[in-house]
Design a protein around this ligand. Structure first.
Ligand code: AP5
Ligand code: MG
Length: 187
C-alpha cells in the first residue's frame, strides 16, 4: 500500500506516520527528515538546503524526486511505503505516481489529509521550538511555512480527489484518538 500524509506544519504528520508505518510494516519516508540530513552536510549543497529549510521555503521538485526515486528503489519499499510531508506540489503528486507506476506498477492508494486549526499549529510548534530548537520553528518561519502550505500544497487535494483516494481527518485530540481515526481509513 502506498499512502501519502498531507497536512500543515505541526499537524502531526510525522507522529502519526511513524505509528502507522510501524503497524503496517512499511517504510516511513519523510522528505523533511531527508532534507535535514542533507542540510547537515558541510557541502555547498548541504548549506543551500539548510538555508531553504531555515527560511521555510520548499526545496525544488527535482531534488525531492531525486531523493525519493533513490529511496523507493530500495527493496524494503517493494510492498509499499508511507510518504510523510510529500507531495507538497501538484508536480510532485504526479511525479510520485509516475515513479511508482514505472518501478512497481502501482500508484498512491490513500491520501490522508490532517486538518488542525492554525492556533493549535502555532501552539504545538512553539512548544517544540522550546524543547528541540528546530531551525524552522520560529514564529516568522512558521508563518511562511503556513502560507506556502495554503498556496502550493492545498491545491493537490484536487489531484487526489479526482483519483478518489483522498480522506480528510480531524487532527485534534490525543495521539491515540487521531491514530484511531486514521486506522478507520485502512482497508
Ligand atoms: P517537514 O519536516 O515535513 O515539516 P512540516 O511539514 O513543516 O511539518 P512538521 O514536521 O513541522 O510537523 P508534522 O506535521 O510532522 O507534525 P509532528 O508530528 O512533528 O518539512 C520541513 C521543511 O522541509 C519544509 O518546510 C520544506 O522546506 C522542506 N520540505 C519537506 N518536504 C518537502 C517537499 N516534499 N517538497 C519541498 N520541500 C519540502 O507534530 C508537531 C508537534 O506537535 C510535535 O512536537 C508533536 O509531538 C506534537 N503533536 C503531534 N500530534 C499531536 C496531538 N494530537 N496533540 C498535541 N500535540 C501533538
Ligand atoms: Mg514532520
Amino acid at each position: 500500500m502506498h499512502i501519502v500524509m498531507i497536512g500543515p506544519p505541526g499537524s502531526g504528520k510525522g507522529t502519526q506516520s511513524k505509528r502507522l508505518a510501524e503497524s503496517l510494516g512499511i517504510p516511513h519516508l519523510s522528505t523533511g527528515d531527508m532534507l535535514r540530513e542533507v542540510g547537515r552536510s558541510e557541502t555547498a549543497m548541504g548549506k543551500r538546503v539548510a538555508l531553504v529549510l531555515e527560511k521555510g521555503n520548499l526545496a525544488s521538485d527535482d531534488l525531492i524526486m531525486d531523493l525519493l526515486s533513490e529511496r523507493i528503489a530500495q527493496p524494503d519499499c517493494a510492498g509499499g511505503c508511507l510518504f510523510d510531508g510529500v507531495p507538497r506540489t501538484e508536480a510532485q503528486a504526479r511525479a510520485i505516481d509516475e515513479l511508482l507506476e514505472k518501478q512497481q506498477q502501482r500508484q498512491v492508494s490513500l491520501a490522508i489529509e490532517m486538518q488542525v486549526p492554525d492556533e493549535e499549529l502555532v501552539r504545538r510548534v512553539a512548544e517544540r521550538q522550546a524543547n528541540e530548537g528546530r531551525s524552522d520553528d520560529t514564529p516568522e518561519t512558521l508563518r511562511r511555512r503556513l502560507k506556502i502550505f495554503q498556496e502550493q500544497t492545498v491545491p493537490i487535494r484536487e489531484y487526489y480527489q479526482a483519483r478518489n483516494v483522498l480522506s480528510t481527518i480531524d487532527g485534534l485530540g490525543t495521539l491515540d484518538e487521531v491514530t484511531a481515526r486514521i486506522r478507520k481509513l485502512l482497508p
